[in-house]
Design a protein around this ligand. Structure first.
Ligand SMILES: [Zn+2]
Length: 55
């Protein structure tokens, strides 16, 4: 597959729902929604962030 289809995602804090990070990846690689442990500057601690599709 030479096509690279990239989709923008934001990572939303599951605690305060702030969208702290923007990322992009190929949705064909991973079908599942990711949850990542990331630092939230609003909560000022590591929280779970889940992917939110932008477009
Ligand atoms: Zn937060």
């Amino acid at each position: 597959m030479a096509k690279s289809k990239r989709v923008l995602f934001q990572l939303e804090c599951t605690v305060c729902r702030a969208r702290n990070y923007t990322t992009q990846r190929n949705p064909d690689n991973t079908k599942d929604k990711l949850t990542l442990k990331k630092y939230c500057k609003h909560d000022r601690k590591i929280t779970e962030h889940r992917e939110v599709k932008i477009s």
